[in-house]
Write a new protein. Sequence first.
Length: 99
Amino acid sequence: MTTTRLRLGDNHRLSPRRRYRETPDVAKGVGRIVLAVGKRVATEDPADLRYLALLEQRLNQAWDIAIDGLRTTGYTDGEIGSVLGITKQAVQKRWPRPF
């Protein structure tokens, strides 16, 4: 039996031999950062609210990319809505398909 030795600094969780989904970890990290921005704005300059507006804009873009990608992959609006806890009509209204 052979073993693979990791080099110093290698992250075993990110090893190509192991199937690892990093999306949940990235989402948690981004969530913590967004909250930190909100806390900083709360104690600093009201003009910095523009940074929260920018984050909201980026999040809306991420929604558009994700929904479009899932549809392209073959998921239906009903399946997407089911995961989000909304109807397929609500998915279609919030993210209309381009003509």
